[in-house]
Structure formats: C-alpha cells, structure tokens
Design a protein around this ligand. Structure first.
Ligand code: IPE
Ligand code: IPE
Ligand code: MG
Length: 258
C-alpha cells in the first residue's frame, strides 16, 4: 500500500487525526553522529544540512503546509566559538545555495527568533529569504534561528505592557489570543506534531506556548540520518494518536478530514 493511503486510512478511522498541517522538527544529534564516526562536529552539522534538504523535499511531497525547523537556539551561542561560527556559516551557505530552488518550488520562507542582536549580514540574509519568497503559496518553511520560546514569550509580555502603559490596551483584554498575536508565530497555526531526533525527550526551549496541544514523536535516529522514510514513520505514529483538546472524544473535523 502507498504511504499516502496508509496516512489517509488512519486519518479517516475513528478518533485519529488527519494528516498534520504543521510539522515541527528538532534537528538534534549532529555532534553524536560525527563522534560515532571519529569526525569533527562540523561534519555532523554539514551532513545535517543535507538531512534538512531531504526533510523539506519530503514535506513538499507529503503536502504539509508548514514545516518549522529548529536550526539554532538562543542557548546555542554558549557553544565553543568555532562551532557557532561553523553553524552560522552553514546557515549562510544554505540560504545562498538553496534559496533559488526553494523559490522555484513555491516555498515561502519565514524566520522566527530574535533578530535584534544578529550580525547585519545574517539579518540581511534572513530578510532576503523572506522577501524573495513572500508571495509563494506552497510549503511555508519556518526557520527557527536564534530562537528561544521563553525569550519570545517575554518579548510578547513586554509589547503588551507597552500598549497598556500607552493606554492602548486594558489589562482585562490580555488573554491567550492577545499573547499569541504578539509571538513571532502570530499568523502561523500551532504545530500538530513535534518530531525530535537523537532520542532526547525534551523541548529545549522550542515553541513552548505553541506546543500546548502538539503531539510529540521522539525518533531514536540522529539528525544526519533523517530521511523521507523517517518522516513518514513519524507521521504514521502521529496518525494513530487521538487528539482530544480536553474534550471527551476527538473533534469532528479531525475524524472526517482526510
Ligand atoms: C543539533 O545537533 C544541531 C544544533 C543544535 C545546532 P547537536 O549539535 O546538538 O548534536 P548533539 O546533540 O551534540 O549530538
Ligand atoms: C536543540 O538542541 C536546539 C536545536 C536543535 C537547534 P540542543 O542540542 O541545543 O538541545 P539540548 O542542549 O540537548 O537540550
Ligand atoms: Mg544536541
């Protein structure tokens, strides 16, 4: 049976979710992949970029609307300087080399994470990727770079406090929607499933607010080994979960959508 049919079958049986609209990936395990082969960590990151290309291709093929990838956390700056430099260099090269192909594939690139303190060349590159692909209508590739969920929520709180201080908002108006609207992900639906490779079972400051009702799939493989088959396996696991959102049975839309 084709993998698409397996997902569709799972989606139409009672209580299990339809194919996910938004998949988020914690791309972890590059260092361990390299160490296991006696290679420098950089080589693991380099092979990690190849796995990222496979993930984007799979997401396009599987008609996923949003793919968010955790590429560099706010806490990753505390790694050794050379490793940080090599990760920045890879991001730079990924955008330089792959932007044209992403654009040709109708991919819209969005970036989440703090931009204020980035070197201008990195900030300009991220802006360019977003601007060039702004009108695309296929997969939205959300790149989480210099991203930390606690920092994102704190920034939202600051923005709301500023509005209150200026008399543009009353404290009673601050509800979950008001906070969501101030996050970097304001116009992006919450992730349906968060997949983490490397066997670690934690969020590491990724999408803490948005993950309220996400399903988690933890894969034992290391990120450089990620491929389409791993993505399909994770989505099949997701398709067997029952999402209830606090209700007593799965919502109708999740039962009937295909
Ligand atoms: C993920 O791999 C890449 C980033 C966090 C940027 P790691 O570099 O964390 O690899 P491990 O977890 O040390 O194996
Ligand atoms: C999370 O991985 C960040 C990215 C994948 C970019 P880490 O390797 O930084 O997370 P911890 O330190 O193991 O929690
Ligand atoms: Mg790691």
């Amino acid at each position: 049976m084709a993998e698409g049919e397996i997902l569709d079958m799972a989606a139409t049986s009672l209580g299990v979710p339809a194919a996910p609209r938004h998949v988020a990936l914690i791309m972890d395990g590059n260092g361990r992949w390299a160490a296991a082969r006696g290679l420098p960590r950089f080589e693991g990151h380099r092979r990690g970029v190849e796995a990222l290309r496979r993930a984007v291709r799979a997401a396009i093929d599987l008609e996923i609307s949003y793919l968010t990838v955790y590429s560099f956390s706010a806490e990753n700056w505390s790694r050794p300087r050379e490793e940080v430099q090599s990760l920045l260099g890879l991001l730079h090269r990924f955008i330089r080399n792959d932007l044209a192909e992403l654009h040709a594939n109708n991919v819209r690139v969005r970036v989440i994470g703090a931009r204020d303190d980035l070197a201008p060349e990195i900030a300009d590159l991220l802006k360019e990727a977003e601007q060039v692909t702004e009108a695309n209508t296929g997969l939205t590739l959300v790149v989480a770079f210099n991203y930390g969920a606690r920092q994102e929520i704190a920034a939202a709180a600051r923005a709301l406090a500023q509005m209150v201080a200026e008399g543009r908002l009353s404290p009673q108006e601050i509800d979950a929607d008001a906070i969501s609207a101030q996050l970097d992900t304001a116009d992006i639906p919450d992730p349906d499933v968060i997949i983490r490779t490397s066997g670690e079972q934690r969020l590491s400051n990724f999408l803490l607010w948005q993950a309220a009702y996400a399903e988690f799939v933890f894969l034992p493989i290391l990120w450089p080994d990620f491929d389409r088959a791993a993505m399909v396996a994770a989505l099949e696991e997701y398709a067997h979960r029952e999402r209830r959102f606090g209700r007593v049975e799965a919502p109708r839309s999740a039962k009937t959508a295909s």
